[in-house]
Design a protein around this ligand. Structure first.
Ligand SMILES: NC(=O)c1ccc[n+]([C@@H]2O[C@H](COP(=O)([O-])OP(=O)(O)OC[C@H]3O[C@@H](n4cnc5c(N)ncnc54)[C@H](O)[C@@H]3O)[C@@H](O)[C@H]2O)c1
Length: 263
């Protein structure tokens, strides 16, 4: 039986790599995002089904799940991967920026899970959230993003506990630095005040990584796809860091000014 999966934020980065890896395993993958051209490009490369959907819209999220189940008759897995990042401490962030971050990174996943769980219970399916190591350790200048990701990690673990008895598994992948559009933008914000270009900024931040490099989208996707599959049949509520060991390293090894992200 071909599994049917939804991957949010599938038009680029980790989501696109999940679509490719899951399609390689023979899954039917519906990728959603806001940018039609990006989705169509990934769809052409992977055979995934593109679907324009802004996850910050509650109606769009409910419609996405309903349409996928109507079209395919089942739903076996959901990857809550779409995310947005706004730098800044509380004094830097506007109320609107806070709300937009929490809506996209956290509330949308509550709504996605609410719509998907009845179908995942039926299929004994799996839910995977793409959170961040920022949900586990407090990064500087990242109040809205880190708080929303900490909520996402906990929300996903509540699914594991509340719906584990119904046969659903829910797990969290916490990437560290992975080279994608999001981290390229971060490098610009991070490097600019110090006169560093993108590659130099990557070199500086990856001094915080024991493996001394950023990861690839495919490396993060491999963890997601493993958690979705039967090889992980007794893994529930886990937090799997894909960060080259970053979480373990004392950030004191990098000069303090490079850990601050001014706006
Ligand atoms: N790249 C990293 O270093 C890193 C580290 C930790 C966590 N993450 C997380 O990984 C996930 C994927 O990010 P990525 O690194 O692949 O970056 P990315 O920018 O390539 O992917 C994010 C995707 O989410 C989509 N998206 C954003 N808001 C959306 C919305 N409202 N509705 C639908 N789609 C929306 C974007 O269009 C994009 O395709 C994010 O949740 C991010 O927070 C990334």
């Amino acid at each position: 039986m071909q599994r049917v999966l939804i991957v949010t934020g599938g038009g680029s980065g980790i989501g696109a790599a999940v679509a490719a890896a899951a399609a390689d395993r023979g899954d039917r993958v519906v990728i959603c995002g806001r940018r039609k051209e990006a989705l169509e490009r990934v769809a052409a490369e992977t055979g995934a089904e593109p679907r324009v959907c802004d996850v910050s819209s509650p109606e769009a999220v409910a419609g996405l799940v309903a349409d996928v189940v109507a079209a395919h008759g089942r739903l076996d897995g959901v990857v809550a991967n779409a995310g947005t990042m706004r730098e800044g401490g509380i004094l830097d962030l506007t109320h609107e920026e806070w709300d937009a971050t929490v809506q996209t990174n956290l509330t949308s996943v509550f709504l996605l899970a609410k719509a998907a769980l009845p179908h995942l219970i039926e299929s004994k399916g799996a839910f995977v959230s793409v959170s961040s190591i920022a949900s586990l350790r407090v990064p500087l200048g990242c109040a809205a993003y880190a708080t929303s990701k900490a909520g996402l990690t906990m929300l996903t673990q509540t699914i594991a506990v509340d719906y584990g008895p119904s046969g659903v598994r829910a797990n969290v992948v916490c990437p560290g630095w992975i080279r994608t559009e999001m981290s390229d933008k971060e490098m610009a914000v991070f490097g600019e005040p110090h006169g560093l270009g993108r590659e130099e900024a990557y070199s500086e931040v990856t001094r915080l990584v024991p493996q001394r490099r950023a990861g690839t989208p495919a490396e993060a996707a491999a963890a997601v796809v493993w958690l979705l599959g039967s090889e992980a049949s007794y893994v529930n509520g886990a937090v799997l860091n894909v960060d080259g060991g970053t979480i373990l390293l004392d950030p004191g090894t990098v000069p303090f000014e490079f850990q601050v992200r001014p706006r």
